[in-house]
Design a protein around this ligand. Structure first.
Ligand code: ALA
Length: 417
């Protein structure tokens, strides 16, 4: 069980807007940050606001030590063998690009991804296809939108260099069978990159147990600050990636003839690092470990089941992904027949400060393929309560029963402000 008083850790949850509390259900996009994370960021600016890994004065040494220890915490969090296997980038997107542009692609090499990837794990491969001639294919998912292992097996061949997929889908929260996919890819001599932006914040992720080659995730989706990403690489692999960005920090030596790159991770971290963000990330990791990832996962599933109990009985509501809410983590993606997703999101916001995301959720290709203009997505996290889940379900039920009337009110409210 999560502690009952943890909501006090999140300053925005004490806000009231128009006399009503805030119900934040957009954690799949970015989470709220607890005070300990805000404090860690502030500590950098107030105590040792220097460059890490550069200057030998006291501030420089302090910040370098804090960053080294942050790298250690992040490595332990996902059970990476050593902190050298952790690269700090500016986002998970950048981490994925470091792999995409770092691998030594040869003519005829192929990448296999899936048909439900977020743009961050699709556009980099499209880009390789467009500019470098790397072949790229997508596995068509099962009717429940899950990775189809049989189809993946049929697509594997000796020229597949990399298989990549989301660990957890950002549209509907389903977990892909990544252990089986990783084994299959390795049996065919391919490496695997997991986009773990929607899994690492919500469940125990152990890179050794997964036996994965690369894994990227986003601290800002797990109580940390934006502007930092994490890329994990299996021992030895990061040293083989060609740096995408070079300059200060990635070299041991430069002379008139050339340069010598540092070993990983620094060869992939050119430029001054986002020290405040990395220290905030370490604080977020500590916070999540203190609560327990298994407890967080169980809590989110409970909330999703509460919502599902009501929504699955409403005729004009269609929920995305697997039928069983236990298979959708903390995400409820849905549509109401005849109702616009953006209108629905604005209604929830205007009526009751319920903040959800609407649209294509940076997953344009999936919506294009299914001829849908978008969906509404409620994404729960550790600070949401059962009462909030029930209230959200009641609000959707009320709107679904009489969308047109609510739409009228939305228009009036829009014109009045
Ligand atoms: N990946 C983010 C989301 O799903 C942007 O909302």
């Amino acid at each position: 069980m999560l502690p009952k008083d943890l909501r006090q850790d999140f300053p925005p949850l004490s806000r009231e807007i128009d006399g009503k509390p805030v119900i934040y259900l957009d954690s799949g996009c970015t989470t709220l940050k607890p005070q300990v994370v805000i404090d860690a960021i502030t500590e950098y600016y107030t105590m040792y606001p220097a460059c890490a890994g550069r200057s030998s004065h006291k501030f420089g040494v302090e910040v370098t030590e804090h960053l080294d220890s942050a790298r250690e915490s992040v490595a332990n969090f996902i059970n990476a063998g050593t902190s050298e296997q952790i690269v700090f980038s500016k986002s998970a997107t950048e981490g994925i690009n470091l792999v995409a542009h770092g691998i030594d692609w040869q003519p005829g090499d192929r990448v296999i991804t899936t048909d439900h990837e977020h743009n961050a794990n699709l556009v980099p491969w499209m880009c390789l296809k467009r500019y470098r001639g790397v072949e790229m294919d997508k596995v068509i998912s099962t009717p429940e939108n899950i990775l189809d292992l049989e189809k993946l097996e049929q697509m594997m061949s000796s020229n597949v260099k990399l298989v990549t997929m989301a660990h957890v889908c950002n549209l509907d929260g389903h977990v892909n069978p990544v252990e089986e996919a990783i084994k299959m890819a390795h049996d065919h001599g391919a490496q695997v990159l997991l986009d773990a932006a929607q899994s690492v914040p919500h469940k125990v992720v152990d890179v050794k147990k997964l036996d994965v080659d690369y894994l990227a995730f986003s601290p800002h989706k797990m109580c940390g600050p934006p502007g930092v990403g994490v890329l994990y690489g299996r021992e030895g692999l990061l040293d083989e990636l060609r740096p995408m960005v070079v300059g200060g920090g990635c070299v041991t030596d430069v002379n008139a003839l050339g340069y010598r790159l540092q070993p990983a991770p620094r060869r992939l971290e050119s430029g001054t690092q986002n020290a405040a963000g990395i220290l905030g990330t370490a604080a977020a990791v500590k916070y999540l470990i203190g609560l327990g990832l298994s407890e967080i996962e169980a809590h989110e599933k409970k909330l999703n089941s509460i919502v599902d109990e009501s929504l699955s009985n409403i005729e004009n509501v269609s929920i995305m992904g697997p039928k069983d809410p236990q298979m959708r983590g903390g995400i409820t993606g849905f549509n109401i027949a005849g109702a616009g997703h953006h209108e629905l999101a604005r209604m929830l916001d205007q009526r009751s400060n319920i903040m959800v995301r609407s649209g294509k959720h940076c997953n344009h290709a999936w919506f294009a393929k299914h001829k849908l203009t978008g969906s509404v997505r409620a994404s729960f996290y550790l600070y949401n309560t059962e009462d909030e889940a029930r209230f959200f379900a009641e609000e959707i039920t009320a709107i679904a029963q009489n969308f047109e009337e609510h739409k009228e009110k939305l228009k009036q409210a829009d014109y009045s402000c």
